[in-house]
Design a protein around this ligand. Structure first.
Ligand code: PHE
Length: 350
């Protein structure tokens, strides 16, 4: 073969090869083009290399140089095209519609809210309605009407946050007992959730502002049997099959008064750190509404009787969810809230 003929053939192969590689739209087409031009066995570059043998000796350096150029150029084009085709395939994978969507952060209810809502649900089934009252309260509703003597230590400014001009921040939800009895005629069955305030230092088990839930039932012929039966039923529903016990107690606005404990769900009553070795968890204070509270609200205490209770849902939440420090409930760290919300109701009977 003459040199000029060889050079023309090399031009053709290079031009055709470049066009074929450029036209290859995917990995398969590119591979076909590679085999056709750069394939080891029957590729056209290979054929061009073979025909070098038939070039006259004096033309060989020029022909060899042209051969190398053509091969190098097509190899470079192949590499370039290959990475472009790979990139395109990768971009396709990123749009894979079968991939699960990125999870959306949804937030979660606060553990105290979860406890309040569950308690409300249980009492609603028993015919209780939800009632609320003001957080800024008068001394009379918070103490006087509830049979606190004027010298009772709870009235001291060390314990109660008094407002600048008059009144105070209620120290419990019990004043709403009186407000309810004044506004509605028996039979009364109300559940009263709300915030209360006490001049307590913020520590692992105390907070200066916290939630309470009050319950009140007043009608003719209501007795301590109703109190015990209702609160036992509540404990069964909320804490599972736990046993309860009632201990004598004192509140100025109930007589007799009792604290209700439920058997510790963690140790089953054997005694552990959660129940401070007693086997019991204090849940609420309760008692028969004191006649002078009924009278203060304008009711005939000879005709009507009733019972009431008060409990702290934060206390219940820390024992239910095994939260070591009550202050965690006030941080509102979303990671913590999410953990509790995802944990379900470990101690619950549902
Ligand atoms: N008000 C009481 C407290 O804050 C709880 C309570 C309510 C007790 C109703 C008896 C009846 O501790």
């Amino acid at each position: 073969m003459e040199l000029h003929e060889y050079l023309r053939t090399a031009d053709e192969i290079e031009r055709d090869g470049a066009a074929a590689l450029a036209a290859a739209a995917d990995a398969d087409a590119l591979e076909a083009a590679r085999i056709a031009f750069l394939g080891d066995r029957s590729g056209r570059i290979k054929a061009l290399q073979e025909s070098l043998k038939s070039i006259p000796k004096e033309s060989k350096p020029a022909a060899g140089k042209r051969f190398n150029e053509a091969r190098t150029r097509l190899e470079a084009l192949l590499a370039e095209r290959k990475s472009a085709v790979d990139r395109a395939a990768g971009a396709g994978a990123a749009e894979d519609l079968t991939l699960p969507a990125r999870r959306q952060w949804e937030g979660a209810k606060h553990p105290v809210t979860l406890v309040i809502e569950e308690i409300e649900g249980i009492f609603r089934e028993l015919g209780f309605t939800i009632a609320v009252g003001p957080e800024a309260e008068t001394e009379w509703y918070n103490f006087g009407a509830l049979n606190f003597p004027p010298n009772h230590p709870a009235l001291d400014a060390h314990d109660t946050m008094y407002l600048e001009r008059e009144g105070l921040l209620r120290t419990h939800t019990s004043p709403v007992q009186v407000r309810t009895l004044q506004r509605f005629a028996p039979p009364i069955r109300v559940l009263i959730p709300g915030k209360v305030y006490r001049r307590d230092p913020f520590d692992a088990s105390h907070a200066p502002a916290f939630e309470q839930i009050e319950g009140l039932c007043v009608d003719e012929g209501i007795s301590f049997v109703d109190l015990k039966a209702t609160l036992n039923l509540f404990a069964k529903r909320f804490f599972g099959a736990s046993r309860t016990r009632f201990r004598p107690s004192f509140f100025p606005f109930t007589e007799p008064s009792a604290e209700m404990d439920v058997q510790c769900g963690i140790c089953g009553g054997a005694g552990c750190a959660a129940c401070k070795g007693t086997g019991w968890i204090e849940i609420l204070g309760s008692g028969m509404v004191h006649p002078s509270v009924l009278e203060a609200a304008g009711l005939d205490s000879e005709r009507y009787t009733g019972w009431a209770f008060g409990m702290g849902p934060a206390r219940i939440a820390i024992s239910r969810y095994k939260i070591p420090d009550i202050r965690i409930l006030y941080d509102s760290d979303a990671r913590f809230l999410e953990q509790i919300a995802g944990a379900g109701h470990p101690g619950g009977a549902r």
